[in-house]
Each structure stands twice: as structure tokens, then as C-alpha cells.
Design a protein around this ligand. Sequence first.
Ligand code: NCD
Length: 332
Amino acid sequence: MKRHLISAADLTRDDALLILDTAAELAGVAARPIKKLPTLRGRTVVNLFFEDSTRTRISFEAAAKRLSADVINFSAKGSSVAKGESLKDTALTLEAMGADAVVIRHSASGAAHRLAEWVRGSVVNAGDGTHEHPTQALLDAFTIRQRLARQGAVPDGRDVPHDLRDAGPDGRGAALDGVRVTIVGDVLHGRVARSNVLLLSTLGAEVTLVAPPTLLPFAVGSWPCSVGYDLDAELPKSDVVMMLRVQQERMTAAYFPTIREYRRRYGLDAGRMALLPGHAIVMHPGPMNRGMEIAADVADSPRSTVVDQVANGVTVRMAVLYLLLGGAEAAS
Ligand code: NCD
């Protein structure tokens, strides 16, 4: 594994499987009354959050603490640290404190990459602008594998994920070969879709993006996925449908006529959910705009993995920190 986790593209298929399988091992810890391992005792993990976050920040903090690391939380939202030079000054401070790992969320695409040039420890990208969010993709892959394996994967008759059917508990050891994942919504302003397309395709899944043309990035043609515009046509073929938040705070223009119109074409309500095959699951990284991209009854339905995704976020991040720090000798 590389020393930093900046992009989902940093991970080979073997790296990704190692992280998912390590997370599956660590999941046992979360079920214990005392949820702590001594693995990273004496190591320092800094959470550097320049942008709002609930799930991701808490999740990284819980992950580091469950591995007994010392955790320093630095949140600089709204401060003047938004520019390159001041990010560098922050990095030098972290160096002086001897951070072994720095988890960074920043509104600028590329911030994690820059930081990695300035610090000796491992940098983990927890979301940089509209670029990437690799641990979100890892926890999504983990959740897909776990749910499909628990459900006995997809029905027979399709020449796909046999290995999920034969895998260990919760899909351990299996990749996502042939699993069909449809990612829907605001691909342009988010970072979840890009990281998921890269990681899920590395793991063998077939990914389709469905979005209004205005909410697709220009370069999407070079991504390892296909693109569709008709959600109703894609749903019956999907094992997984992942709804993305409409990122209104990042929108500088009118990307769709009205919320109602968006919901009519790209929102997932109960009627639309009924078009999915029986085994299919519904995902959302959160925070959800209930009633916009996802209806409340869909978000709370048994097909929804929203709560699993949050729980799995902690174990997947434990695995990432453990492999980057604990296994530091092996890292290049
Ligand atoms: C995502 C993010 O911040 O990129 N949220 C998260 O990490 N769970 C998605 C979003 O904000 O819509």
C-alpha cells in the first residue's frame, strides 16, 4: 500500500481487498463492550477539518480512539486557512507536533495532495473539494459486499458475483465482480461519485452514473463507468442504487429547473424503488435531503443501508489507519 490515501486510484485491487477484509476482522471489536485495541498506542492522529462534517469527522475520531491512538482535532472552518501558504503553515505545525497521520477535509480540490508534500506522516483524504473521498468509497464497497453476501448475493441465473455467494462471513475475501451499481444525482459538485467509480470498478463492479447532463463533470467520458439519463430504465438492472446529495451550497447557477422537476426525474421514491430487483439495496452517503433526492420512506426502508454505512465507516477507517500506521514498515 502507498503511504498516503489521497485518491481511490491509489488502491490496487489487492490493497482494497486487504482494507475491506481487515475492516471485517475489526468489526468484531465494535461489537464488544470494551471497543478498544492497543494497536496504535503512542501514535498521534490529527483530524484537520477545514469544512463541515458530522459523520466523517466523528467516524475518524472514533476509529483512531478505538485503536488507542492520541487524537488531536483541529477544525478551522471559516478561518483564513483556506489558501495554500497557510495550509503549509498548518502542516509545519503538525510536523512539529509529530503527527503520524493527518486526516484532512478541505474545500479545495487537491488540498490533501499538497499536504502530503509537506508532512512526514501519512495523509488521509477525508474529502477535498469536488475531487475525492476515498474512505467513503471504501465504506460503501464494504457495505455493498456485506449486504449482498448476507442476502445470498444476487439470484442465480446471472453470471455474476459467484464469489460473493461462496465468500466468508459478510463477504470476506470477495470482490464485487459483476455487481451492478447505479449512482444517481449530483456527480459534479460531490466527491463521493468519483471515488466510488474508481474503487468499485477496481473491485470489478459495473458502475452506471445517472444524472442531469448539467450535473455531470466534463471529463466523465474518461471515467471507468457508463452514463445514462433515464433512471427508470436503469433501476431494474441494478443490484445497488446509490443516491447522491444535491449539493446546493456549491451551486453557483441553476443546474435544474425546480426541485420538483429534479425529484420527478432523479428522486428515489417508493414507486421507483419498486422497479428495483428484490435483492437490490439503496445507499446514501449522508447527509440526506429527505424529500428531494430520496423520499423519507425509502431512506427508512429495509433496503436502505444508510445506518450500516455509518457503522461501517468506523471499522473501515480503523482498517485504513491500522494499515497505514501499524503496517508502516511495509509501506513505501
Ligand atoms: C459526503 C461528503 O462530505 O462528501 N458526506 C459524507 O462524507 N458522508 C457527501 C455529501 O456531503 O453529500
